[in-house]
Write a protein that binds this ligand. Structure first.
Ligand SMILES: [Zn+2]
Length: 686
């Protein structure tokens, strides 16, 4: 079935590409594409100040710059002479392939991919402006964003079917990033940002600043026709600034038009392999993924760390030990803990592992109205009381999930039977009693869960009901913090709806204290750029964000759909990577205040394989990965001696610390809101 359709695609593409390539090379107009004024190109470099010191230590192993060689269109000379030369030096390049050309040498291209070369997408039809007559039948002026997306998706699927890997790198044909004409012109850069890790331009003639560059619009400089000396000038400029230089070429041969010269390539390889030259040469994917990771690290340092300064006598011995994070690394607490119905051995493990891993909590089911009052008037507070007793004994802040939940199937039948007046009174009573009974004990409440997915109370009582709910909750506890909480947001699917909903509530004057995003709805993996984009979007409200109900793998994975309870070692490995990448992106984002998992033990988790611990309490790979991240990589430990001025300072993650000077210890909090902390041991009275 597959091979049949594949043959069809292949034949179709070859015929399209053949005619396309014929027209490409027969028309002299093509030349215009490559005629860019050399004066303009040179200026960028001539004006650069080579004496500037390179940008800090962005690149790995003390390298001063990154360099990527890239080649387009899957020209035959790349396979025949180019790749063998690169392989001789172990150099890894990126090839943005045109499927029609690639299929002529599919086996050789497969080998190149196995050898570490990055195979990128370069569209199917190579659409450029119709000013190039050869492109008039597929002119960008006549494209739509949707057509472009679908073409790029076809190319991705074709490449994946051959190489077994979906491309993550893209190069804009002719370096052009628009579709349409005049007032209807649109950029297709956003499509690239959502489909690929990176998008490379063409003839931009400048390197990329790794701290700043938009990965969806990477600059490239021309390699075709250049001597090594010309390339060396580009390298020197990039190195002086710590930049990432991307060279782009076509044919790889000794001579000819649109040709990167083998002699030049060989000299680049030799030069880059001399460690004294400080060059990290690698393919686009390897460099781009490093840039993403490094930026996350920098963002974590910038937003999650402050400075602790200790004043003591000169020469005093000082140790600084972190005791907990200020950021909420939390988890849902299952009813079994509060009800005492969990088996004793499990309960002991549950409590112990919870405290080892988490500093904050949310009630999984205990506060839901349907669990507390399934029948009218019979309200069970015992589970909540049991949970709060334990969290308070252990200094675990906890969120109350939730006061209301208007998805119709979760509204108790007796509530639905009430007439409007009684319903309103009953809601008021519910909100007031819970918040007054637990005044000051829940840090925050989810006011009305999942409103964009279903809102029975609004449907019955009108759009003003949310504000009334908030007023009633505040009557019971004037300091109650009321949060929103919804799902399918961090996937991007309902992000725009959620934002519109939040705007509406704020306009109505609903006192929204924070924005909860659940984090259940991923599959086996998640879209990193989408997660970041969703957090960036929600940050515009200037309210704290929490990922309130995180599962990985999530609800769209096969594990949930098919109720699979066991993972292979490879799947465990992937899960650990997904989980830590997720945490990194959230922790690096300044608007996020916490992440709470929705279960950590397979014995009490609706997606059992998303747990840190198996049913028998053996840890999964994810438990180790999680702990390495939170209690090692993001954990501050320091010791030293106070200087001559009696001070000792160190950057530290926000949180609680024990500071010991000689033998005196103090517990202190380094708070994000303050950014720094001075602890005075010199003044005896303190
Ligand atoms: Zn091209």
């Amino acid at each position: 079935m597959f091979s049949k359709s594949f043959t069809f695609i292949r034949t179709k593409y070859i015929s399209i590409m053949n005619s396309f390539i014929r027209s490409f090379f027969s028309l002299p107009l093509t030349v215009a594409l490559f005629l860019t004024s050399p004066e303009v190109l040179c200026q960028t470099y001539v004006n650069d100040d080579l004496s500037k010191s390179p940008q800090s230590d962005f690149w790995p192993s003390g390298k001063k710059m990154a360099l990527s060689l890239t080649f387009d269109d899957a020209r035959l000379s790349q396979i025949d002479t180019g790749i063998p030369l690169l392989d001789k030096y172990g150099a890894k390049a990126t090839f943005y392939i045109s499927p029609g050309n690639m299929l002529k040498k599919a086996e050789e291209w497969k080998k190149a991919a196995l050898n570490g070369h990055d195979i990128g997408n370069h569209s199917v039809l190579h659409p450029c402006s119709g000013n190039f007559e050869w492109s008039r039948g597929r002119a960008l002026e006549d494209y739509s964003v949707a057509r472009m997306r679908s073409e790029l998706d076809s190319a991705n699927r074709l490449i994946e079917s051959i190489f077994g890997i979906r491309p993550v790198s893209f190069a804009y044909p002719c370096g052009q990033t628009f579709v349409g004409r005049g007032a209807g012109v649109q950029s297709y850069v956003p499509v690239i940002a959502s489909m690929f890790e990176s998008g490379r331009g063409w003839l931009n003639e400048a390197p990329n600043d790794p701290y700043y560059c938009d990965l969806a619009q990477l600059n490239a400089s021309e390699l075709d026709g250049k001597s090594f000396d010309q390339v060396l000038q580009l390298i020197e400029t990039a190195r002086a600034n710590g930049h990432w230089l991307i060279l782009a070429g076509h044919e790889m041969n000794d001579e000819g038009r649109q040709t990167s010269l083998l002699l030049t390539i060989e000299e680049i390889c030799r030069y880059a392999s001399d460690t004294a030259n400080g060059i990290w040469m690698d393919n686009i994917h390897n460099v781009a993924s490093y840039v993403v990771q490094k930026r996350i690290e920098e963002s974590v340092s910038a937003h999650r760390k402050g400075i602790i300064t200790i004043k003591a006598r000169p020469g005093a011995k000082i140790t600084v030990e972190q005791l907990r994070h200020e950021f909420w690394f939390g988890c849902a607490i299952s009813n079994g803990l509060g009800s005492g119905r969990m088996e004793e051995n499990d309960l002991i493990n549950y409590k112990e592992k919870f405290l080892q891993n988490f500093n904050s909590a949310v009630t999984e089911n205990a506060v839901k109205w349907g669990s507390m009052e399934p029948r009218k008037g019979e309200v069970d507070y015992s589970v909540i009381d049991g949970i709060l007793k334990w969290t308070e004994e252990n200094d675990i802040p906890i969120r109350g999930h939730n006061l209301f939940w208007g998805i119709p199937q979760f509204v108790q039948p007796w509530v639905k039977e009430l007439n409007d007046d009684d319903l309103r009174l009953t809601l008021q009573n519910r909100a007031e009693t819970v918040t007054s009974r637990y005044k000051g004990r829940f840090v925050e409440y989810d006011l009305n869960n999942e409103m964009i997915h279903g809102n029975y109370y609004k449907d019955r009582l009108g759009p003003g009901i949310t504000k009334l709910m908030a007023e009633w909750a505040c009557k019971g506890d004037p300091d109650a913090k009321l949060w929103l909480n919804d799902y399918d947001i961090l996937t991007g699917n309902r992000l725009a709806d959620y934002m519109a909903h939040i705007r509406k509530l704020l306009k109505q004057g609903v006192p929204v204290a924070g924005i909860g995003v659940q984090g259940h709805l991923h599959g086996e993996t998640f879209d990193r750029s989408q997660l970041k984009m969703a957090l960036d979007s929600l940050a515009v409200f200037n309210l704290p964000l929490r990922v309130t109900e995180f599962n990985m793998p999530g609800q769209r994975s096969k594990y949930y759909r098919e109720k699979i309870q066991v993972m292979s070692p490879q799947e465990e490995e992937l899960k650990a990577k997904e989980l830590t990448d997720y945490y990194r992106i959230c922790f690096a984002h300044p608007a996020v205040d916490g992440i709470l998992m929705w279960g950590f033990w397979a014995g009490a988790n609706w997606i059992p394989v998303s747990s840190l611990y198996n049913r028998d309490w053996s840890p999964t790979k994810s438990a180790q990965a999680y702990q390495d991240l939170i209690f090692s990589e993001w954990w501050t430990k320091g010791s030293g001696v106070a200087g001559e001025d009696g001070t000792f300072s160190l950057p530290a993650f926000y949180g609680k610390y024990r500071i010991t000077v000689n033998r005196t210890a103090k517990e202190v909090d380094l708070k994000k809101a303050e950014g720094k902390l001075i602890v005075d041991f010199a003044n005896k009275r303190k």
